[in-house]
Design a protein around this ligand. Structure first.
Ligand SMILES: Cc1ncc(COP(=O)(O)O)c(C=O)c1O
Length: 384
């Protein structure tokens, strides 16, 4: 591996790192030490709520505050992100904006490499008149861009894909997809759960319509805080059926229907925000902002290149794209018995997981040292 670059890995701020080699940022990141203080601050605000109204002093504004910080990481403008309970609800909120039965334009294009929620949620929309086209992957690692493009036609209302696949770490090339979708009058949604916080994202420059994701992986937040980005000029045009009183323009009037959606991104909220989740997210967001996603991406690319080279030199199967431009921040390595290898690595204090068909998922983040990454692979070589 090239020599370790000069970056502050903030290791002392993640107590879990003392327990072994944490390569699980695609799943649940290690807790920042400051999250304890943040959760205690939540408790204190709750305890003192009768003397100092927690909603008025901070809780009510917190979703917008955290949303704007996430928007910056996504490359979007302030006012473009509404916090959601999780990524699945964020996606369901978007799904509920379409009137599939009443339109000829009712096709959703998605792929086999997307997270199961994507499939389940779209499949459920077929009951409301949606047509779902799931673009096939021949090798379970990539979906050819031309195949996605070919699936987009004048009947397509939305192209909904993972920016980076949870299964293989395959990263789609966003711009040609947006261009093709625009040509046919379709909208584009990207699931950026596996890229936000690890790769630089450009919501505004890409001109995508929706991004969904959550904070527990590369953004070092606690379970669970999801988010939904909606292109600012699209926001006033759509009205989710999955809604609630917090999305109302005047929620404290508690008025009778019809629903009057707020003019801000809050129109995509539902009910009472998950306040503890918001507190749990703050320390991780601050660390990510301070380390900087540009630095994190460069580190990630340097180490995933090294992981792949090591694996290939040992004759192992790499189930992630070799081309760095087509890859996220994880590397998948084929093994005969994934769960057994995860267990054996865990016994040696190397923490990874596995998925059917692709084997081990290994994810160095900025807090891992080069030495740790090397040691993890040497232990894997012993166990293979
Ligand atoms: C790419 C991707 N999308 C969605 C999800 C699910 O998110 P949630 O549990 O917040 O609905 C995951 C979780 O692993 C994921 O990796």
């Amino acid at each position: 591996m090239k020599p370790e670059t000069e970056i502050d890995r903030r290791r002392e701020e993640f107590p879990t790192l003392a327990s072994g080699i944490h390569l699980l940022s695609h799943s649940l990141g290690p807790v920042p030490r400051a999250a304890r203080e943040s959760i205690v601050a939540y408790y204190d605000a709750w305890e003192h709520h009768t003397s100092e109204d927690a909603w008025a002093t901070s809780w009510w504004e917190m979703s917008a505050h955290v949303g704007d910080r996430i928007a910056r990481i996504l490359g979007g403008e302030p006012g473009s992100v509404q916090i959601q309970p999780n990524a699945s609800i964020a996606l369901s909120t978007v799904a509920s904006c379409f009137e599939f039965a009443e339109s000829e334009r009712n096709k959703i294009v998605t792929t086999e490499l997307d997270f199961p929620s994507m499939q389940y949620i779209w499949d459920a929309q077929s009951r409301l008149g949606a047509t779902i086209e799931v673009v096939h992957s021949d090798d379970g690692i990539v979906v050819p861009a031309e195949r996605i493009a070919d699936a987009i036609d004048d009947g397509t209302c939305l192209v909904a894909l993972s920016h980076v696949s949870f299964r293989s770490s395959y990263r789609v090339d966003v711009e040609p997809i947006v261009e093709r979708a625009r040509h046919h009058g379709a909208l584009v949604l990207l699931d950026v759960y596996q890229s936000a916080g690890a790769l630089q994202l450009q919501a505004k420059d890409w001109d995508v319509d929706f991004l969904i994701g959550g904070t527990i992986k590369w953004l070092c937040g606690g379970p669970a805080c999801g988010y939904l980005y909606v292109r600012p000029d699209l926001q006033p045009e759509i009205q989710p059926r999955l809604t609630g009183w917090v999305a109302h323009a005047a929620p404290f009037e508690f008025s009778q229907p019809p629903m009057r959606y707020d003019s801000s991104v809050r129109r995509f909220a539902q009910g009472t925000p998950s306040i503890p989740a918001l507190y749990s997210v703050l320390p991780g967001l601050q660390i990510i902002e301070e380390v900087g996603v540009t630095t994190i991406q460069a580190e990630s690319q340097r180490r995933t290149e090294w992981l792949i080279k090591f694996a290939l030199n040992h004759g192992w199967t790499v189930n992630s794209p070799r081309n760095v431009e087509q890859r996220g921040a994880s590397v998948m390595i084929g093994v005969d018995d994934g769960p057994d290898m995860v267990r054996r690595l865990g016994e040696r204090k190397v923490f990874v997981d596995c998925r059917p068909g692709v084997g081990l998922r290994m994810s160095p983040h900025f807090f891992n040292t080069d030495e740790e990454v090397q040691q993890a692979m040497e232990i894997l070589a012993e166990l293979m």
